[in-house]
Design a binder for this molecule. Sequence first.
Ligand SMILES: [Zn+2]
Length: 340
Amino acid sequence: MPLVPMRQVLDEAAKGGYGVGAFNVNNLEQIQAIMEAARETKSPVIIQASRGARKYAHDRFLYHLMIAATEIYPEIPVVLHLDHGNSVETCKSAIEMGFTSVMMDGSLMPDGKTPSTFEYNVKVTREVVEMAHAKGVTVEGEIGCLGGIEDGHGAGLDGLSHLTDPDQAEEFVKLTGVDALAVAIGTSHGAYKFTKKPTGETLRMDRLIEIHKRIPNTHLVMHGSSSVPKELQDIVNQYGGKLKPTWGVPIEEIQLGIRNGVRKINVDTDNRLAITGAIRKVFMEHPEEFDPRAYLKPAREAMKKVVMERMIAFGQAGHAGDYEPIPLSVMAERYAAAAV
Ligand SMILES: [Zn+2]
């Protein structure tokens, strides 16, 4: 099965009333962990690479690892998505490299730090939509600014200062034609999202529900949506780590989102914590070990377990075989027909 356009996976998720986790990868073990979790839970899956990941691993490695995943797991629909593209050029290179979905994050300037204007955001996103849809590739946009910084990307703001405005979201979708929209509702990238369990004031699910009412046919995306469970923090700290106490987005809030138009949920931090905890445990308990497999295997297992839990919680489990994936060329024809 070739890599699948994200639009199809999200359309199917909307039909089925579930969400799909989008998990970040940088290396072989993370891809294996996600694919094993997908097989075991029979889940369609979105695997995403940030600019940092593309730089770390190199596009060709990532692409061929993903092709290997589709060969080894032919029963699983897999999307390869670019996370936080900072410019038209970055999105273009990802499309040329074989990504089946790209995010044009025009909420920030190309430096990935400075909040942009609405006009700038519309202009670059529109450009990416035209280029991507001609090839059947899906586009995610962002309006409003998420909190935090990850991989050098982000304005470093708190999550609440640039919330998505529902009027602007509606206008943005009309002007750009994006397939999916990332909304800022108080979440942040990284491990330190909330200083205590989020309330309706710090995590604005009311805002998300309002946005969904305005653009019911646009798939909403929740970024920075790791739950940062205490158990994962504890394992890291128990084996010599130094994480400060922190709170993520509770699973039940994500599920509320899924009932209100959220189809893609970005999770990275939870997997990072699981990997780091497992590796630290081996290092502390078996200091005589020096075969990387001795700690990468438990790390991969730990990440697989977290991904499986998320797949079940988001509702994507059991849906891998629901539909026949369509190639990018067919998707391109659909976009062309819809534009007439
Ligand atoms: Zn993000």
